[in-house]
Design a binder for this molecule. Structure first.
Ligand code: HEM
Length: 306
């Protein structure tokens, strides 16, 4: 009996409850988090738009098969991967992941997952852009599957709010958390193909119509005021009808989301705190842990099987 309890306590229970934890690499790769920090700081110094790239990458990875870095896999002759699908074509920042992975592999090979690298990079970039500093639990493992068709489940910029709410709820994200996460549109750009046909603010509308007339691949800031700062300005802008994508503008108009928008617009501290906890929660969606998946050596390719 005693033997069974020992087996249960030390071997079976930890596997059943295997979870992410803070400082997962503290003993296996002590320098992991400082390497991530150094590399992203260096990139941020020359390109402040990297924060937007990482936030979007993290989201579009987590909501397809869970935060398992399946988005990073390059297509091959035999496999069309997630990054090839529709709107994923404009996801950027893969080269930064490569830089971090290379630096970490040189220090502790086959130890730190690509999915943890995305989560840590995003956290550090958010802090560099004036957003909250938060702790990210680690221990994610990398997925073994990446199919382009899977990424079709992601909603588009004109999806109605009830559909968005349902999509997020299916991953355990509440409506308030969804409004918080869409606050990530406080940084970054959208390309002409994704704009609303008519934007509520006439002067802005004319500006964007002209932009897209002269360059169909043009891009405009999602937050027209503080475009590189992670703050609550996005909500103020959509209350002023200056949201450039339909889903963003709808958040301010739909009854189920408008109260959250007003609250975040009037209380920057509340937004910053909620954003930190919503990001931590997003980073836990469908993660692989313990012995699941693998630790990729190169984030763009699955490890070779024997
Ligand atoms: C289902 C809801 C969402 C939809 C439909 C959506 C849609 C879009 C679209 C169409 C773009 C423009 C892409 C381009 O033109 O290249 C965009 C950009 C962006 N999205 Fe979202 N998004 C959603 C949720 C999120 C979430 C939850 C996050 C992060 C937590 C996020 C972060 C971003 C960022 C930062 C950008 C700017 C990217 C850049 O500058 O490269 N989005 N989004």
């Amino acid at each position: 009996m005693k033997q069974i309890s020992i087996i249960l306590f030390f071997f079976i229970l930890p596997l059943a409850f295997a979870d992410l934890q803070l400082g997962f690499y503290a003993s296996s790769c002590r320098k992991a988090e400082s390497i991530v920090n150094k590399v992203v700081q260096k990139r941020f110094n020359r390109d402040k738009s990297i924060t937007a790239a990482l936030l979007r990458m993290h989201f579009r990875d987590c909501f397809v098969r869970g935060c398992d870095a399946s988005l990073l896999i390059d297509p091959t002759k035999n496999n069309t991967s997630e990054k090839q699908t529709g709107a994923n074509a404009s996801v950027r920042g893969y080269d930064l992941i490569d830089d971090v992975k290379e630096a970490i592999e040189a220090t502790c090979p086959s130890t730190v997952s690509c999915s943890d690298i995305i989560a840590l990079l995003t956290r550090d970039a958010v802090a560099l852009s004036g957003g909250p500093k938060y702790n990210v639990p680690t221990g994610r493992r990398d997925g073994l599957v990446s199919n382009s068709i899977d990424a079709n489940i992601l909603p588009g910029p004109s999806s109605p709010i009830p559909q968005l709410t349902q999509f997020f709820a299916a991953k355990g994200i509440t409506t308030e958390e969804m409004v918080t996460l869409l606050g990530a549109h406080t940084v970054g750009v959208a390309h002409c193909g994704f704009f609303a046909n008519s934007i509520g603010d006439p002067a802005l509308n004319t500006k964007l119509v002209n932009l897209c007339k002269s360059n169909t691949n043009g891009a405009a800031f999602l937050d027209q005021n503080t475009s590189f700062v992670v703050d609550n300005e996005f909500y103020k802008q959509i209350l002023l009808k200056r949201g450039i994508m339909q889903i963003d503008q709808q958040l301010a108009l739909d009854k189920s989301t408008s109260t959250f928008v007003s609250n975040f617009a009037s209380n920057g501290d509340k937004f910053v705190k909620s954003f930190a906890s919503a990001m931590i929660k997003m980073g836990k969606v469908g993660v692989l842990v313990g012995k699941e998946g693998e630790i990729r050596k190169n984030c763009r390719v699955f490890n070779k099987r024997n």
